[in-house]
Design a protein around this ligand. Structure first.
Ligand SMILES: Cc1cc2nc3c(=O)[nH]c(=O)nc-3n(C[C@H](O)[C@H](O)[C@H](O)COP(=O)(O)O)c2cc1C
Length: 162
């Protein structure tokens, strides 16, 4: 089974989760970039209002072809309890996604808020089949929650074997 992890990650947490999935399952990785090019402060000043409005960012790459993949892992950081503008755009940028199986992942320092629900709505609007939603919490020191991470890896492995 061919698996692709597609994700946005500004500060590296979501990237590290996707790396772990890739190590465990052989999944390929595609990190989308928000062309806004945030700095440490502008990420909050500009990022929070944009996330709250549900903005679709200009991203790189701006089209992602899912032909040839059986399972897609979609990842976003939580910004203001929502997906990031780049993650919104990432789901919109998917091509040949009709009927594809997707697993949704978000990372944050607290809870997921509305992030997974909104990502699920976007993915379903694109005709994808959502096979599960996962949140991985990071501590202030940057350590991720090991139980949540293990549950996510287990779910991807199980889907990969199906
Ligand atoms: C603009 C902004 C808004 C955030 N909003 C939230 C939030 O609403 N709830 C929360 O728990 N964490 C929030 N965080 C923390 C991030 O969700 C968390 O650090 C995440 O793992 C970052 O992912 P990344 O390193 O892949 O970019 C926010 C961070 C930023 C930069």
């Amino acid at each position: 089974m061919k698996i692709l992890c597609i994700y946005h990650s500004e500060t590296g947490n979501t990237h590290s989760v996707m790396e772990e999935i890739s190590r465990a399952t052989g999944a390929e990785m595609l990190r989308v970039r928000d062309r806004a090019g945030y700095g440490k402060v502008t990420m909050y000043i500009r990022g929070i209002p944009r996330a709250l409005r549900g903005t679709h960012a200009a991203i790189e790459p701006d089209a992602i072809d899912l032909s040839g993949y059986d399972l897609v892992i979609l990842g976003s950081p939580v910004w203001a309890s929502r997906p990031t503008p780049a993650a919104n755009a990432m789901i919109q940028a998917l091509k040949n996604c009709l009927g594809k199986k997707a697993l949704l992942v978000c990372t944050s320092g607290g809870g997921p808020g509305e992030t997974l629900t909104l990502m699920e709505n976007h993915a379903k609007e694109r005709g994808m089949e959502v096979a599960g939603s996962f949140h991985v919490r990071f501590s202030m020191r940057g350590d991720r929650n090991q139980e949540e991470m293990a549950a996510l890896i287990q779910a991807v492995t199980k889907l990969a074997e199906a």
